[in-house]
Design a protein around this ligand. Structure first.
Ligand code: HAM
Length: 427
């Protein structure tokens, strides 16, 4: 058979050890922070029924699905996001669980997107969700986890911020501006894209699709540019429903301030979120310089569990991807240098010491140390070089003289100092 060259598929990554270490660094921080907040880890299958995503996730994600018909004639898709799986899992078992349910996961997800900076066709996404609590304290807890996940990796309020909005507040404001009920969905989707669209294009959509006059468009633009709750309270003081929605966001912000996280949060009504299922407070985390796409996105989705056949339970959560975050960490010099390390490297000088070396290696491994030795016979010089290549902190040299005395030469690789130690003392 002729040999063939196999290229990696576009948008997919290999993880050789240096890259795997970077991924493990991020995922380690995610797991530590989730556990600190009392969340339990879960997972689900990477392949699901296609139906789980159609309608529930929204057009954008459905257009990006990796889907096919399996050998049993089932329409299936690789998971593009975790939230529908979480809703499905809880639809089956939430009754037996005490509320609120606090679960987290770090699935690999697949979306057929055009690969570009920050966007690939697979990524790992930290999902943190609270199910069974409708109060704003759950929204606060979730965004605090996201913020602390980034702080754990060394990022500060100078590096990133959470841009927060509330779909209920936006709806109340759109009604005041004059958007008709059946046009609210279209209005959301134009606002969701407003930062990426040229102004004339967005205005044309507001006119043609949402049915707004130029006066209404300028009121809407002014409203969307509000950066404080006070500003909105002043401008919409005679609208009770706006005031009600503002009160909830005020409570949200004051709780985050009480936690000491106030500097990380800013109001931004342009944050709508592309996914169909959000119903309340929504947020996205962005780098302050505005160079990258969203690091994280989430919000409240109180009707999804019901939609997949479960009890109607309120829910709130987020997804944070490893791709944009990896770029931000690299830009800020926060990726730890990759170093191989090993506690011990054992060097038998001749074949005769091999059995003792094997026993010593195994005893040290039993005690939890990392230990390696050359797998084929080589001179001491070559074995020394291998030890330093593998990052050994200590080298143990076993020659015929040492063996006769029942000792090993223990060499500290950083200082170069060495001394004889009885084998029994080591193992
Ligand atoms: P999402 O906004 O679609 O939300 O994705 C969340 C994050 O995942 C994004 O901010 C981005 O960092 C990352 N991400 C998404 N797509 C890609 C891609 N193609 N390449 C690299 N990174 C990507 C959700 O998926 C919701 N299910 C999150 C959620 C959980 N909401 C409630 N609970």
């Amino acid at each position: 058979m002729a040999s063939q060259e196999f290229a990696k598929l576009p948008g997919f990554r290999d993880f050789p050890p240096e890259d795997f270490a970077r991924r493990a660094h991020i995922q380690g921080a995610w797991r530590r922070v989730a556990c600190r907040y009392g969340f339990q880890e879960y997972d689900g299958p990477p392949l699901e029924s296609l139906d789980l995503y159609v309608e529930k996730s929204g057009e954008e994600i459905v257009g990006q699905l990796y889907n096919f018909v399996d050998k049993g004639e089932r329409a299936v898709a690789l998971r593009p996001e975790m939230t529908p799986s979480l809703a499905r899992i809880l639809a089956e078992r939430s009754r037996g669980l005490s509320k609120p349910i606090r679960w987290f996961s770090m699935p690999q997800l697949f979306r057929y997107e055009r690969a570009q900076r920050g966007r690939l066709r697979e990524h790992f996404q930290w999902n943190v969700d609270i199910v069974g609590e409708a109060g704003v304290a759950a929204d606060v807890e979730v965004v605090a986890v996201a913020i602390d996940g980034l702080r754990e990796l060394g990022l500060t309020a100078d590096d990133f911020a959470a841009r927060v909005s509330d779909r209920r507040l936006l709806t109340a404001l759109l009604r005041v501006v004059g958007v008709e009920e059946e046009k609210l969905g279209v209005a959301y989707s134009v606002i969701d894209k407003i930062e990426r669209l040229p102004a004339e294009k967005a205005d044309a959509l507001f006119t043609d699709e949402v049915g707004l006059s130029s006066g209404q468009i300028s009121t809407l633009r002014e409203t969307l540019s509000a950066t404080s709750l006070d500003e909105l309270a002043r401008d919409f003081s005679d609208h009770q429903d706006v005031a009600t929605e503002l009160a909830r966001l005020r409570e949200y912000v004051s709780m985050l301030e009480a936690m000491g996280l106030g500097d990380f949060v800013q109001l931004d009504l342009r944050i709508v979120r592309g996914l169909a299922y959000y119903t309340g407070i929504v947020f996205e985390l962005f780098d302050r310089k505005g160079e990258l796409r969203a690091i994280c996105g989430g919000g409240r989705y109180d009707r999804l569990l019901e939609l997949v056949g479960g009890d109607p339970l309120p829910a709130v959560g987020f997804g944070m991807g490893d791709v944009v975050l990896g770029e931000l960490l690299a830009d800020r010099g926060l990726v730890p240098e990759y170093k191989r390390t090993l506690d011990f490297y054992i060097i038998p000088v001749t074949t005769a010491e091999r059995p003792v070396a094997l026993k010593l290696a195994h005893d040290l491994r039993e005690r939890g140390h990392s230990v390696a030795y050359g797998l084929k016979e080589q001179g001491v010089g070559k074995q020394m070089k291998a030890a330093s290549r593998e990052g050994a902190k200590t080298v143990l040299v076993l020659g015929p003289d040492e063996l006769a005395k029942g000792v090993v030469v223990v060499r500290d690789m950083s200082s170069g100092e060495q001394q004889e130690t009885p084998i029994g003392d080591l193992a």
